[in-house]
Ligand binder design. Structure first.
Ligand code: 7RM
Length: 632
């Protein structure tokens, strides 16, 4: 079986129709292209009530064999990971498929030596260095379940995630390089582990060389451990439905939940979407600027590209170091063909002016992509014209942590593109728009709630340790559908435009936060009685965080009080969740039953002061006047 790729609009339509008519045959044909240790007995078994979704039942595989071993014969010397360090003066590193295979096997043996077994949960808290990729694949090699925590999250967030997953192992580094500064890593882990007594082993990679505390009997250095292992590590035989990883993501209620993806379906879907959406070709250098701490990094820095045998660029730094031309400089330096980033990055670099773009040719680029939040028309055109030089295909890819891979997107240069429209569902994806009472909207040029009516191979299987929460969150609002939490509109031709979240989730620079999650963090400040958080349109971040806060006493120094709240949020979640605006109020607009009317808070935050809708059910309408008067 050869790898097929959709090459024309007509082929897309044919593939799409086939995938809806007979999804099992469609995905079985894709799955055939992989190395299985045992073929599946049944392609799909599902119901959305449980929910219970299983793909390739009875199939046995190891995803790392498909990412690495399978390529050795034909691509052994090809670069798998091309690492560009934070400092442009430090040498880039190239790991061939053979070298990556070797490093992953050695790392896997280190894990085994330290007691990690199949099914164990392993927390990974690391900067964007090659060992991060090696650690992720090392876990997958032996069937351990990785749970990567973005290295910008706080100690408390790490501890929450370690405890929720009952992880007994942590993989980390001494420190990290970030722009002109270094950042703490190991010391943050140490702080987290003060409340995680079950963690038995911490494996530390040296990156900065800064001194760190090593706890006797718990912490070991990777370079010491590597002296005791060889590169022979047979891949663990995994069931298609064994968990591959947990990744925590925020929702509208409570603490972040651990989204679980499994080995077989995730493998088939990330590979398929990678090759087709980006129209990947063998010679291509692919660069996704996400962090591996988010799902985009899992699926399109590590798994998708390596499954396809691609060269995946891993960038340690930030877009503005040493200056706002860094992305463009790296594209020229490594002759990147496919570039995948977030609207927030595009908008912030757009704001820096073309002076940072013009010195670079960008002539290697063929495809550019966007992910994480709606891309506004201005940013879309700037990206297309100044980065894509008008001729590159631009793909706006809509998907979620829960979907595992890209769901709605043009296929680069194959299906048409339209500014601010993610456009077309991938083959195998059956989106619908629903009314608030759950009826499918058949007509085009309508707006509705975005749901999916049939499983695709990398659909979320459960939320770790709490299946009921998974059912409740995604499968209970509208019976028979997976509900995305997004609103969307279909244009006259059936293209989808994603409008944004319809629940209490805000998307700040492509990062998801629940309003309740941020409120809980703010409320940990000692002088805060209550708070309410809403999103508002932000030129660069997409959405900004607006917090209304009731303090227990009169605040004399407002700036000091704000700083205290920001420090608390940084400590509880991390700096990325810091509110952009904090307004102190004496009351919040509540209904007689005590529910906060967020609609009013949102409108005020957006600056829409006159048309607040019905406020007659408010307990105390006077608070609205106070809030309006004090708007920031
Ligand atoms: C991949 C990722 C998911 C949420 C999702 C949307 C928003 C993502 C787009 C988008 C408009 C896009 N996973 N979103 N991509 N909105 N156009 N192309 O971002 O779990 O972190 O976030 O992000 O609201 O529900 S995520």
């Amino acid at each position: 079986m050869t790898l097929s790729r959709i090459l024309t609009q007509q082929e897309y339509e044919t593939a799409y129709a086939a995938s809806v008519k007979d999804p099992e045959a469609f995905w079985a044909a894709q799955a055939e292209t992989f190395t299985w240790k045992k073929k599946w007995d049944k392609v799909l078994q599902w119901n959305f009530d449980g929910p219970e979704v299983k793909w390739f039942l009875g199939g046995k595989l190891n995803i790392t064999e498909n990412c690495l071993d399978r390529h050795l014969a034909t691509r052994g010397e090809k670069t798998a990971i091309l690492w560009e360090p934070n400092d442009p003066n430090e040498a880039a590193q190239r790991l061939s498929y053979r070298e990556l295979h070797d490093r992953v096997c050695r790392y896997a043996n280190v894990l085994k030596r330290n007691g990690v077994k199949k099914g164990d949960r392993v927390c990974i808290y690391m900067p964007m260095i090659p060992e991060l990729v090696v650690a992720v694949l090392g876990c997958a090699r032996i069937g351990a379940i990785h749970s990567v925590v973005f290295a910008g999250f706080s100690a408390q967030s790490i501890a929450d995630r370690i405890q929720d997953a009952n992880a007994e192992f942590v993989l980390t580094s001494d420190g990290m390089m970030r722009g002109a500064k270094k950042g703490a890593v190991k010391s943050v882990v140490d702080e987290a582990l003060a409340t995680c007594p079950d963690v038995k082993r911490v494996i530390v990679t040296k990156r900065t060389g800064d001194p760190v505390a090593m706890k006797d009997g718990r912490d070991v250095w990777l370079h010491e451990e590597l002296k005791h292992v060889d590169a022979n590590c047979p891949a663990e035989v995994m069931d298609a439905e064994d968990p591959l990883f947990i990744l925590y993501t925020s929702g509208s209620t409570g603490k972040p939940k651990g989204v679980v993806h499994t080995c077989g379906g995730y493998m088939v879907y990330t590979d398929y979407t990678f090759r087709n959406v980006f129209q990947y070709e063998e010679k291509d250098v692919f660069w996704c600027t996400a962090d591996v701490g988010w799902v985009t990094g899992h699926s399109y820095i590590i798994y998708g590209p390596l499954l396809a045998g691609a060269t995946s660029l891993v960038f340690e730094g930030i877009p503005t170091y040493p200056d706002a031309g860094r992305f463009w400089q790296v594209i020229d330096k490594h002759q990147v063909h496919i570039f995948y980033t977030a609207p927030t990055a595009i908008r912030s670099l757009m704001a820096q002016g073309l002076g940072f773009v013009e010195p670079h040719s960008l002539s290697s680029l063929r495809v550019i992509g966007s992910v994480g939040e709606p891309i506004n028309e201005e940013a879309w055109h700037w990206y297309k014209d100044h980065i894509g030089k008008g001729h590159c295909a631009l793909v706006d890819t809509w998907w979620q942590t829960e979907t595992g891979g890209i769901m709605i997107s043009s296929l680069a240069g194959v299906t048409d593109e339209k500014p601010s429209h993610a456009a077309w569902p991938l083959p195998g994806v059956q989106p619908v728009l629903l009314t608030a009472d759950g009826k499918e909207i058949a007509e085009n040029e309508q707006e509705g709630l975005l749901a999916i009516r049939f499983p695709w191979p990398s659909i979320i299987r459960t939320t770790y340790g709490d299946h009921e929460r998974c059912r409740q969150t995604y499968f209970s609002s509208y019976k028979g559908y997976y509900f995305t939490g997004d609103g969307a509109r279909r244009d006259a031709d059936g293209r989808y435009r994603i409008i944004g979240r319809v629940d209490d989730v805000i998307n700040v620079s492509g990062h998801r936060f629940g309003t309740a999650e941020i409120e809980n963090a703010i409320n940990e400040s000692e002088f805060v009685v209550e708070s309410a958080v809403v999103g508002y349109p932000h030129d660069i971040k997409g959405q900004g965080i607006y917090a209304y806060v009731i303090a227990e006493r009169r605040i004399d120094d407002v700036e000091q009080a704000r700083a205290a709240i920001l420090a608390t949020v940084t400590k509880v979640i991390g700096p990325i969740a810091k509110p952009d605006k904090i307004q102190f109020v004496t009351g919040l607009p509540k209904t007689r039953s005590g529910k906060i009317m967020r609609r009013i808070l949102r409108k005020v935050a957006e600056g829409e002061m006159s048309n607040l809708g019905d406020t007659t059910t408010l307990l105390d309408p006077a608070v609205v006047e106070e809030i309006k008067a004090g708007r920031l």
